[in-house]
Design a binder for this molecule. Sequence first.
Ligand SMILES: Nc1nc2c(c(=O)[nH]1)N[C@H]1C(S)=C(S)[C@@H](COP(=O)(O)OP(=O)(O)OC[C@H]3O[C@@H](n4cnc5c(=O)[nH]c(N)nc54)[C@H](O)[C@@H]3O)O[C@H]1N2
Ligand SMILES: Nc1nc2c(c(=O)[nH]1)N[C@H]1C(S)=C(S)[C@@H](COP(=O)(O)OP(=O)(O)OC[C@H]3O[C@@H](n4cnc5c(=O)[nH]c(N)nc54)[C@H](O)[C@@H]3O)O[C@H]1N2
Ligand code: SF4
Ligand SMILES: [Mo]
Length: 689
Amino acid sequence: MARLDDMSGELKVLGACPLDCPDTCSWVVRVKDGKAVSLRGNPEHPYTRGALCVKVNRYLEHAEAPDRILYPMRRVGPKGSGRFERITWDEALDEISARLTAIIDEFGGEAIWPYQGTGTLGYIQGEVGESGRRLWNALGASRHDLNICARAGNDGLRLTNGTPSGMDPETFALSRLILLWGTNTLTSGHHLWKFVQDARKSGAHVVAIDPIRTRTAEQADEHLPIRPGTDAALALGLLHVVVEEGAEDRDYLENHTVGWDEFKAEIMKYPPSRVAEITGLPEESIRALGLRLARTRPTGIRATMGIQRHSGGGSAMRTIACIPGVTGDWRHPGGGVAYSTSASFPLYADTRDDLLPKPVRKLTMTRLADGLSNTGLPVKCLWVYGANPLGSTSDQNRIRRAMARDDLFTVVMEQFPTDTVDYADIVLPATTQIEHIDLHAGYGHMYLMWNEPAVSPPGECLSTTETFRRLARHMGLTEPALYDSDLELAAQLLDSDDPALAGITLDRLRKEGWARLAVADPFVPFTGGFPTPSGRLEFVSDRAEAAGLPRVAGYVPSMTARTPVSERGPYPLTLVTPASHTFLNTTFGNNAELRRRAKAPRVLVSERDAADRELTDGQTVRVFNAHGEFTAELEISDRVRPGVVAAPKGHWPKLSPGGGNVNAVVEERDADLGRGPVYHDNFVQISPA
Ligand SMILES: Nc1nc2c(c(=O)[nH]1)N[C@H]1C(S)=C(S)[C@@H](COP(=O)(O)OP(=O)(O)OC[C@H]3O[C@@H](n4cnc5c(=O)[nH]c(N)nc54)[C@H](O)[C@@H]3O)O[C@H]1N2
Ligand SMILES: Nc1nc2c(c(=O)[nH]1)N[C@H]1C(S)=C(S)[C@@H](COP(=O)(O)OP(=O)(O)OC[C@H]3O[C@@H](n4cnc5c(=O)[nH]c(N)nc54)[C@H](O)[C@@H]3O)O[C@H]1N2
Ligand code: SF4
Ligand SMILES: [Mo]
């Protein structure tokens, strides 16, 4: 908690980075005379080790930025114009209560869509704890399915292992072969790198598998520039070599897995020669990596979300997860697969679903445009918080049209005037992390983190929980659970007999700022079996079949991978749209210095593809398909393979030339599991602007 620093007379307040990033850093805010004077990485935290990142180094500047929304506002111009007048909280809550009551009376509570995003991952204010859901339940609102980020991969891993959780990323220091697979470590969660470097000092070989030569690929010992959406084929090809070498762990297969015979038959269909054709990788590279995999224990695979933003992405994670089942790597610390540690934290927010007056429909986050166009039971109120769908969600132009609907009542709780805010009827000013209480779990480490507020909110900003408490009061709701304080909510979350929380109390967290889960160190998962129906790692799965996938893990090509150029019509190029180094999704997209560093929106194109179109380096181009277009500066680059072009996510549409970003060309189309999005699986064409 806050403590006085004798030397300077400043308070040191411990907090945690709330952003959707695996590293969930521990930070120290120094406060003098009620004002935050610095915010730095906590040198005492074993994962943060004193460093934040290029983005969050500017968090204080962000919280104090001149464009911060400080007061409730009512729209005065047409939807999309961004013209507002300041109103009081009472006026805002009166108007909201009246509109919600009228909507519920006429259409029922399900006409409300609580569209919560990943702006903060807190258990109290954010998406992990589904902040606000008690109130939505009391109003009978539709359920929101927050599947925009990691769902397809989560579900794929669940088929194989029963859980998305796996390795403790700190144990990569013990790996002897590291595959950084569809993950841009140095950009999207750089704290892992220190553990990778520790492993290297002991001789580990590091391979990046990514269609782009990212800054991570550049720093790796080897880079395999795979064709997007073909990862499962590569996994099978590597295992083909393992089996040829007789290096499968027969004891592990026998005692800890099911379906080996069928899976082996699947593997045998993918010799390196065939895999080379599918993946576009040289056969020798596949064979060489297969040999390394056969001979190196432990092998640690860091596979994150890039792999699964594809129509076959859930299956890709499912099949990659089979690798340690064959090699027996789960026996060793430093072996296995690390995707997300979220499910290792046994904290459950009591969302009080018993308050729902009747069962309600679920609306899918990745399908906002579709959902808003539903005419059967129309959405009449869209309530956006912690999200910027007009920047981050697929099919931007359709969303824009749907949000312009006159009969849609839109409320946005925000810190900044995003493109989404421009379509709000009422805007409510939201606190930042240095102004509210929260509790966090890392999804790339094993620590619970406490965030103590360091300063008072500026203007009339309120936290998510406080906003919903006030709205409940305004609507005359009497259910006591709607009024629990933040500390009461924290205590409820930690009230658990789970051994992983042994010794972790609210008092201790507030005092120390963080606590490692009470699990072995080094941590080896699955020593007591797998949480699957069979209790074993499942190469075959009835649940997969029920989900419409093959029973045996294998290769399900993405759309771009299975469509030959000759069948792509006017849009022959494959677009991938990964993390930007300087923004976090669209958060920080309005920061002047980070925008300067990001440079204008750009698209990386191979020399061949540029030459075919007579395009030159630095030229302003249109990247387009049937759904829309965005404008970008073309960069001729050998970082992308011919046929593939890359443009980062995160630029604000309204701050971009042409008024759109990459999501103008991303289709609203489902991945193979969990209705996940397909951000790296779209066809485009490029022409001069
Ligand atoms: N700086 C920064 N950090 C971030 C974010 C950010 O926006 N900026 N976003 C945060 C969030 S919300 C998340 S979910 C994580 C996401 O971070 P990551 O898990 O790293 O996900 P992506 O950036 O989508 O993709 C990672 C890499 O996968 C590659 N890739 C794309 N398609 C394929 C494929 O088919 N096969 C393979 N092998 N690779 C492929 C991309 O080229 C990219 O380099 O990062 C978080 N961290
Ligand atoms: N093309 C493409 N698009 C992508 C991706 C991709 O790889 N490619 N990645 C996807 C991924 S992984 C994700 S997770 C999504 C993220 O998409 P969103 O969940 O929409 O996240 P952001 O775009 O960062 O917008 C979050 C907003 O929440 C606000 N905010 C932050 N903290 C708070 C708070 O405490 N209270 C309130 N009320 N607001 C707050 C921020 O100011 C910000 O405007 O984007 C997806 N979009
Ligand atoms: S965005 Fe990630 S790396 Fe940066 S401070 Fe937050 S948790 Fe740490
Ligand atoms: Mo994400």
